[in-house]
Design a protein around this ligand. Structure first.
Ligand SMILES: [Mg+2]
Length: 338
């Protein structure tokens, strides 16, 4: 441990020296160790495309140092990696190499930075990726940017957002809304340390999401697929697929029920669970459309469920019983009473 020392006390070179044991195995077998001006990776195997993504998290905008004991620097590192990995999952790519830009306030302690890096590297490694380089700068608040590459075989389809077609089914993995519920709990001063198991589950879903790498890879077997990861809420992101594809998407309210833990938490928070389901955000689940038979789709992974259909036209709609109304991608309103 670093006895509470801060980044400004040791500087960038001192920081890199202290973190060397953590970094060493990341560039094993590479022409250069981590810490030079550049990273040089071995040649990519022929027959693969390189898939790129980048994500940023800024203290005060994307996260705060919440009082909850689960909100650790290590969890933050895991989450930054997970949000990038989730983008690769949306195209079924195999994660490969990451570069980190680390903007740190002068008072950031080495212990916190080390814990952050440990979480980041552990999450990357658990999906076969390595952190091979980066940069450290001084910043007014923690400003974290990770870029990540992945490999996608040339004979696999590209699950682009613009490939939804009328007649496709709309599907999702996992339970959207849980992460949003967790954020509500974290933001609520009085409840941020609740020990209710349902609350803990929601908080964990927000702080340590699970990127759907394996599911994304397996879904490419369907060939005819349009996919994205859900970061801004199911409604917003379904709208993005509809808009890019020039189609209408209708979500079915009966198929999008909240999970039991989400229902309990929403009740406790006195918020509408469906509002969290549609607009929660940071779910890092996979939202996709495909023309493959429903049974074939559901057989790929038990976490997949059908939530709607793609139709001719434009826009986003909600079906409840025999009625179909426009769904605002930003705000949820129940079916008007009539
Ligand atoms: Mg994305």
């Amino acid at each position: 441990m670093s006895e509470g020392r801060t980044i400004s006390e040791v500087g960038e070179e001192g920081f890199l020296r202290l973190m060397a044991p953590l970094f060493r195995r990341q560039t094993e077998g590479f022409p250069l160790p981590l810490g030079d001006d550049v990273a040089i990776s071995p040649p990519t195997a022929p027959g693969f495309r390189t898939v790129w993504t980048v994500d940023s998290m800024v203290e005060g905008t994307h996260f705060r140092w919440w009082r909850n004991p689960l909100a650790t620097p290590e969890a933050l590192g895991r989450k930054l990696a997970a949000s990038n990995l989730s983008d690769l999952a949306s195209k079924g790519a195999d994660p490969q190499y990451a570069l980190l830009s680390l903007g740190l306030p002068p008072h950031a302690t080495l212990d916190a930075i080390q814990a952050f890096l440990t979480g980041l590297v552990a999450e990357l490694e658990s999906h076969g990726a390595r952190l091979i380089g980066g940069d450290t700068v001084s910043a007014p608040a923690w400003t974290l940017t990770l870029s990540l590459t992945g490999l996608l075989a040339e004979d696999l389809p590209i699950a682009a957002r613009h490939r939804a077609r009328p007649g496709h089914g709309v599907y999702i993995t996992g339970n959207p809304g849980e992460s949003g519920a967790g954020l509500c709990l974290l933001e609520s001063e009085s409840e941020s340390e609740s020990s209710d198991p349902a609350h803990l589950e929601m908080v964990r879903r927000h702080l340590v999401p699970s990127p759907r790498i394996d599911t994304g890879r397996r879904l490419l077997a369907l060939r005819d697929i349009s996919m994205m990861d859900v970061s801004d809420g199911v409604a917003h992101d379904a709208q993005a697929i509809a808009y890019r594809s020039g189609v209408a998407i209708t979500l079915d309210e009966d198929l999008l029920r909240p999970s039991p833990a989400l229902a309990i938490t929403a009740d406790f928070l006195n918020v509408d669970p469906m509002n969290l389901v549609y607009h929660g955000g940071e779910d890092f689940e996979l939202l996709f459309t495909t023309g493959a038979p429903e049974a074939e789709v559901l057989a790929i992974d038990p976490i997949i469920r059908k939530i709607g259909t793609v139709e001719a036209g434009t826009g986003l709609f909600l079906r409840g019983g025999s009625r179909r109304i426009p769904l605002d991608p930003r705000n949820f309103e129940h079916f008007p009473q009539s």
